[in-house]
Design a protein around this ligand. Structure first.
Ligand SMILES: [Cu+2]
Length: 110
């Protein structure tokens, strides 16, 4: 079978049209559980566009506060509560719980 120029162009256009769908499907929500005064997983690597949801399984309020204070701050998450943050750009972000500064974690956006 001969591939005509017209067929080639049609195939190429179909491939390009599928790309945004693939990009949308690649976005993932990751869960970080807060329990016993610790983030789990403490260190998490995600892709740009992904969302991290912190779920507080402890009986006291916690937060996830990026160290520089400029990238994200969930504010206090009450027991059984959760907070989410979407990371659009790449980078490495260390964070801590504001009331309990020894609770530490990191998000690496690759
Ligand atoms: Cu805390």
């Amino acid at each position: 079978m001969t591939t005509t120029r017209r067929n080639f162009l049609r195939t190429g256009a179909a491939t390009l049209a599928a790309l945004p769908v693939l990009a949308a499907q690649a976005q993932t929500t990751h869960t970080v559980t807060i329990k016993n005064f610790a983030f789990s997983p403490a260190d998490l690597t995600i892709a740009a566009g992904d969302t991290v949801t912190w779920v507080n399984d402890d009986s006291t309020s916690h937060s996830a506060w990026e160290d520089s204070g400029n990238t994200f701050d969930t504010g206090l998450i009450r027991p059984a509560g959760s907070a989410s943050q979407t990371f659009s750009g790449t980078g490495s972000f260390s964070y801590r719980c504001r009331p309990h500064g020894n609770m530490r974690g990191s998000i690496t956006v690759g």
